[in-house]
Write a protein of this length. Structure first.
Length: 323
């Protein structure tokens, strides 16, 4: 946990960013991706009491028409100033990585993400026009997609969700290690580690870092093995929790209470590490200042994954990393 001095430096930096941005403009330039919730959060972060969507853009209360240079919105340089203004209106950046179990039972979750990622993308970019999204998939081994780079368009990441939704029916390993998935526990820890260490996360002082992790099974830690080819787990639970805290990454999880959907007995208690302590360490979500959601409710249609994800973004946007 960051100490009080560092926390106040963090908050002070946000205030300075907001103060610098507010006089310059009150409209964002997000390509018409404004939503009422993201606009309200964005304006509050900028120091305005509120705002509304107008013509697809977010207009903060008391900020004029947002035309900082008085040219009616036209830029003599062909748009560079507009890009700069859009940057200025975002007091915090947003970096998100999805870490998804792609074993056979996860098809409904991949379908939900495929169907809802457009709304999540629009929501996040309504707050930060440069919001970034990445993806890690896993079963017993791990694959960092797109070479550890951010996806440039919502269509690109939606296509990845579609690809891995189809993969779920294969019972194969996504990382190319060979063999097949013949046990219930999956390799959540190495997948989370890969997400934390493989992507070019922006400065945590001004960026919301969130991993959205989804699995309906439990996990094991090093030096255990998984799968038909005895894949060695590389990391322990304390190592992963420590790395998330070091990099100030919140881990919001969609997890099960037991592995009753697994076709291979016995049924495991999947709460440790997500809902309850893992030995002497706290759950990864609460241990990084985030939340956990019941993945069975997603599969049963009683919980909207899209709304849950957007809620986390709204709750944590421009807030210090505290656990």
């Amino acid at each position: 946990m960051r100490d009080d001095h560092a926390r106040w430096l963090f908050l002070g930096g946000l205030v300075l960013l907001a103060a610098a941005a507010l006089p310059a403009c009150s409209e964002d330039d997000t390509g018409g991706s404004c939503t009422p919730e993201s606009c309200a959060a964005r304006c509050l972060a900028l120091g305005s009491p509120g705002g509304n969507c107008s013509g697809g853009n977010c207009v903060c209360d008391g900020g004029g028409d947002g035309d900082a240079d008085g040219d009616g919105g036209a830029d003599a340089d062909g748009g560079a100033d507009a890009d700069a203004d859009a940057e200025a209106t975002s007091p915090c950046d947003i970096d998100i990585v999805f870490v998804l179990d792609v074993s056979t039972s996860m098809t409904p979750v991949l379908q939900a993400l495929h169907d809802g990622i457009g709304e999540v993308w629009t929501y996040a970019r309504g707050m930060d026009p440069e919001a970034q999204f990445g993806l890690v998939v896993f079963v017993d081994d791990v694959m960092v997609t797109n070479g550890g780079g951010w996806y440039g368009t919502v269509d690109e990441i939606q296509a990845e969700f579609d690809r891995w939704r189809e993969f779920c029916s294969s019972n194969d390993e996504p990382g190319g290690s060979g063999g097949f998935n013949d046990d219930c526990p999956e390799n959540s820890l190495d997948a989370i580690w890969a997400a934390a260490t493989s992507f070019p996360w922006r400065d945590s002082a001004t960026t919301l870092h969130v991993i959205f992790h989804a699995t309906d099974d439990t996990f094991v830690e090093a030096p255990n093995t998984l799968g038909s080819t005895w894949i060695e787990v590389q990391h322990t639970y304390p190592e992963v929790l420590g790395e998330l805290r070091l990099r100030e990454i919140r881990l919001a999880a969609f997890a099960a209470h037991d592995s009753s959907d697994c076709a291979i007995p016995p049924v495991h208690d999947t709460e440790p590490g997500f809902y309850t302590d893992w030995r002497s360490d706290p759950p990864l979500p609460s241990g990084t200042g985030a939340q956990v959601f019941d993945i069975q409710e997603v599969m049963g249609g009683t919980l909207s994954m899209t709304e849950a994800i957007n809620g986390v973004i709204l709750d944590e946007y421009c807030t210090p990393f505290i656990y």
